[in-house]
Design a protein around this ligand. Structure first.
Ligand SMILES: [Cu+2]
Length: 394
């Protein structure tokens, strides 16, 4: 009967392995925008070897554990057949608990020290430090609770392991314990949530939403478009119905503020000025994400959002700090918005005020000549010439 069961469980194991492989195949097989060149096929083959290898490794480990268990069981039975005292499984399970505790805590330590370096980079915005403070407070509290509870959990499982010398105490209900483990987490969680609420409120700054500089950033599959206000400091309104090949943002040129708006390739920001990014999307939900500035906000079609922040470290200063002459701040899309999502990034450069003014004076107007023709808009000089010509003809 036992042998039969073993065969059955093996069958179930291989069946679930086949399903897992099939499932991962289906998930991974989502083609990235038809990029089916020989190179990417080769990359995929390499990736498949990797996934298959780890699945097999897992099953190998499970088999080894099962075999060791069987050997111990046979040894135990042979001891009993010889009339000796069998193995003390309570002690073995207790020791396994302690080993699990030590290995698990070391794993947590390893993860923190090795993978901890992959955490967000140094904050380069005013509110970034507040968010970091909140993050580290939450991490500190949860880490403390994690270590204490794991030690208690496995330590108690070891200390009070099954024994013939003592009898378990049946505890049906205890109000004091119920109160302690309800009230303490409730207080801690309330503090964290309220702390988070106030931090988020200061970051999003409900009192004054105007930035020194207003910039429109629009996401579409798969790029970001950037529009700066001209000398008037005001951006013209947009309307998606005005979209054309030359007016890809649908800027409304009945609004005078839009005449001097500028189109830019890079998001250039002057240091220590408040920047308000107006976030738009044209097709699906994107997400504007600038990790160094601790800025992230969804870009939702039909529902413009914004984020106001103050960059505090210029790109040049950050290059010096990191000793990396090629360092650039980046703007990413942080919503998986389609096949070309990975490519949705722009360079963000933080510069001094003088450098910013110089850069701004070199940007091209959004209202290009082609767009002027399309909208039948002539600039002032051309209009004068046209009128002179009419006057001469008369
Ligand atoms: Cu996107």
């Amino acid at each position: 009967m036992g042998f039969k069961n073993l065969i059955n469980s093996k069958k179930i194991l291989s069946l679930s392995a086949a399903f897992m492989l099939l499932g991962t195949n289906l998930v991974m097989a989502q083609d990235a925008g038809g990029a089916s060149t020989a190179q990417s096929a080769a990359d995929k083959a390499g990736m498949w070897a990797g996934v298959g290898y780890y699945v097999l490794l897992l099953f190998l480990a499970c088999t080894v554990v099962a075999i060791i268990g069987k050997i111990l069981r046979v040894y135990d039975l042979s001891l009993q057949m010889q009339g000796k005292k069998g193995m003390n499984w309570n002690n073995i399970i207790g020791i396994i608990c302690i080993i699990f505790l030590v290995v698990g805590l070391y794993g947590a330590y390893w993860s923190l020290t090795v993978q901890g370096s992959m955490i967000l980079p140094e904050s380069a915005s005013e509110h970034g430090n507040k968010i970091d403070f909140m993050f580290w407070t939450t991490t500190g509290i949860t880490l403390f609770v994690f270590v204490i509870t794991q030690i208690l959990l496995f330590g108690f499982a070891f200390k009070y392991r099954g024994s013939d010398k003592r009898k378990g105490y049946y505890l049906p209900h205890n109000n004091t314990i119920e109160k302690i483990w309800t009230i303490i987490p409730a207080i801690v969680l309330t503090i964290l949530v309220v702390f988070g609420f106030f931090t988020w409120r200061t970051v999003t700054n409900v009192d004054n939403n105007k930035g020194d500089i207003n910039i429109d950033v629009t996401g579409h599959q798969f790029a970001w478009e950037i529009r700066y206000p001209g000398k008037d400091g005001k951006l013209g309104t947009v309307n998606y119905q005005l979209y054309t090949a030359n007016n890809i943002l649908g800027v409304n040129f009945k609004d005078r503020n839009s005449f001097d708006d500028l189109k830019a390739d890079t998001l250039v920001l002057p240091v220590n000025r408040t920047i308000r990014i107006n976030i738009h999307a044209q097709d699906v939900i994107h997400s504007l994400y600038m990790p160094h500035f601790r800025v992230q906000m969804n870009a939702v079609p039909g529902l413009p959002t914004f984020f106001k922040f103050t960059p505090t470290i210029t790109t040049a200063d950050m290059r010096n700090r990191l000793d990396d002459p090629k360092f650039e701040y980046l703007l990413y899309c942080n919503k998986i918005c389609g096949g070309g999502h990975y490519n949705m990034q722009k360079v963000v450069r933080v510069v001094t005020e003088a450098e910013y003014q110089d850069w701004l004076s070199h940007q091209k107007p959004y209202l290009s000549d082609q767009l002027k023709k399309e909208l039948h808009l002539a600039d002032a000089g051309q209009q004068d010439k046209a009128q002179n010509r009419i006057a001469l003809n008369n």
